[in-house]
Design a protein around this ligand. Sequence first.
Ligand code: KIV
Length: 258
Amino acid sequence: MKKTAPLIRNMKASGEKVVCVTAYDLPTGLAAERAGVDLVLVGDSLGNVVLGLDSTLPVTLEDMARHTAAVRRAVRTPMLVSDMPFGTYEGDPSAALASAVTLMRAGAEGIKLEGVHEAAIRTIARAGIPVMGHLGFTPQHVHEFGGHRVQGREDGARVVEEALRLASLGVFAIVLELIPATLAEEVTRQVACPTIGIGAGPGCDGQIQVFHDLVGLADKQYRHARRYAECGEAFQRALEGYRDDVKQGGFPTEDHGF
Ligand code: KIV
């Protein structure tokens, strides 16, 4: 069954966990589609895992639109959400709406933005665009946080209050990134919409992970992630085999010719 924002919101009541993963292009989108996940996020982690950048800050709206369109060609059943990149929603709400419209025209079925930007969220939601929230460690604020640090250890009440504000604005789900598991449980108890954790413990209503972390394509092994495959090593071995075959005359053979 096609996953939509209302359907994902209702998964909280049914108690079924919401499975979310990022994707950035046709092959990663196809893997997510075929695995039967509930939601695919074209994350601005694109900057880190695909474009080789140090942070998500340089990622542009054009980058997000191009990669959203590529993932759209693969993803049919899961809901497809696209990240609003840094600098495209924090100011004028009508500019935020224009950014969201660009992503929807590229094929997104909803957008995600970091923090509580009430006027922008109201304006985007009024246009009929489902909004996903994102609290805790919000990567576009990495410089403010002074690095990749767990949030909400001392000021958990602020995270709860922000989540309640987001829920009252009608977001269909909230990503909770790098916060203590007990705080994530508290937020999950208090808000009406599903919480989607990444480094926020098992008590959330769902989980999201970065594709490259799950399949072993990322250089680092993060505490909040589990590797289900070693695709980086498999790619390496495949290319080494190809190199050796070409060097030694083992490829191509007559079978590969015309
Ligand atoms: O950009 C991204 O990949 C994200 C997830 C980590 C939630 O925002």
